[in-house]
Ligand binder design. Structure first.
Ligand code: NAD
Length: 368
């Protein structure tokens, strides 16, 4: 629960690669919205990922976890890079930091907006004619259940044959809680929710669909439809504009959200939120959808927008500072409409204003 009406504690975990560069811009934008909208944040900056390993011997140092526990929300950059690739898998930055954080804080709801702004349709691999005016999808992925966590898991010999075994299991209560997050999100948007499953084959999906239908009764204002996951994968590239909010289980969501990111154009534009219920509000970890981009780290050319929009989601979902969150989203749309482009977005079109990480931050602050 936020510390008091107008002060929020944020653990700032910039991480590796482009993480610190884009985080700096997100914090500068946060300074600007704080003074404009009259709230405060208390920020604790901590090492995580490769920086955690180098400075404290662990990807998720104890002091970092303690700072996250004391916070209302975590603003996360990105972790990993070639320097740490030779470590054992469980000690590497991603596995050693992000998965434990998701588990520790029961971050069961992953919200990923997939927005292709009208000015950036050329960056999408989908034909312009199929996405006039761009599109705006929100994918809600269940993040702590399903096959990635289900037991038993086994790889070895059984009855004279080598087998690999994973278990796809969901409890009704797990589906109910993600369903409510998705219906609430749809209620705040265009009131259309598409639940994605594989109910023609999987028992867990039949249960998932029954629960979605039951929870729909609590949200008569939201239109619920169902789609098989193989069809959803096709529809995302054929006609992404048909979707408002999608909700799906962990494994399907992992694949569909990456597909959605590509369909949108650049990874540098896409924020995400991983939420768990607090008392009356959401605790959350907010991070860009992309990674640490070692190929461009240290050059000052990374697009900071995904990190800035992640900070905006933090204001929306944890702090409930809706006006400030709207202002961040609007400022980003304005600078894109005005032609500002980092390298990942540039097409060479007339009127483009090429900027680096700092230049994009400056433009967004000016637009605020
Ligand atoms: P990546 O997302 O870091 O990069 C993929 C491509 O997208 C690169 O060409 C990169 O330059 C570009 N890109 C990504 N973000 C950008 C931005 N903000 N602006 C401009 N271009 C951007 O994925 P990868 O190369 O597969 O992974 C690199 C490292 O990041 C690996 O160590 C991986 O484990 C890690 N990673 C971390 C996270 C995380 O922290 N959540 C997620 C994915 C990958």
């Amino acid at each position: 629960m936020p510390t008091d009406m107008n002060t929020y504690k944020i653990a700032v975990l910039a991480g590796d690669g482009i993480g610190p560069e884009v985080m700096e811009e997100a914090l500068r934008v946060l300074d600007a919205v704080e003074s404009k909208f009259g709230f405060k944040t208390e920020r604790t900056e901590c090492f995580v990922g490769g920086a955690g390993i180098d400075n404290c011997g662990k990807a998720l140092p104890a002091e970092t976890l303690a700072a996250c526990e004391a916070a209302d929300a975590i603003l996360f950059g990105s972790v990993g890079g070639p320097k740490w690739d030779s470590l054992p898998p469980d000690e590497r930055p991603e596995r050693g930091a992000l998965l434990p954080l998701r588990k520790h804080f029961s971050l069961f709801a992953n919200l990923r907006p997939g927005i292709c702004l009208p000015e950036l349709v050329d960056a999408s691999p989908v034909k312009n004619a199929l996405i006039p005016g761009g599109f705006d999808i929100l994918c809600v992925r269940e993040l702590t259940g399903g096959m990635y966590f289900g037991e038993p898991k086994f790889y070895g010999e059984r009855d004279g044959e080598v087998i690999g075994l994973d278990t796809l299991i969901y409890k009704k209560s797990e589906v109910e809680r993600i369903a409510r997050v998705a219906f609430e999100a749809a209620r705040g948007r265009n009131k259309r929710l598409c639940s994605v499953d594989k109910a023609n084959v999987l028992a867990s999906s039949v249960m998932w669909r029954d629960v979605m239908n039951a929870i729909a009764a609590e949200y008569p204002d939201v239109e619920l439809t169902h789609m098989y996951v193989d069809n959803a994968a096709m529809q995302l590239v054929r006609n992404p504009k048909q979707f408002d909010v999608m909700v799906t289980e962990n494994t399907f969501g992992d694949i569909l959200t990456d597909e959605m990111a590509i369909v949108c154009g650049s990874l540098g534009m896409l924020p995400s939120a991983s939420l768990s219920h607090g008392s009356g509000t959401f605790f959350g970890l907010y991070e860009p959808s992309g990674g640490s981009a070692p190929d461009i780290a240290g050059k000052g050319i990374a697009n900071p927008i995904a990190q800035i929009l992640s900070m905006g989601m933090l204001l929306r979902y944890t702090c409930k500072e809706t006006a400030a969150a709207d202002a961040v989203d609007t400022a980003v749309r304005k600078v894109i409409a005005a032609g500002y482009r980092t390298g990942d977005l540039a097409t060479g079109a007339e009127g483009e204003i090429r900027v680096g990480t700092r230049g994009m931050g400056d433009a967004i602050i000016a637009a605020l």
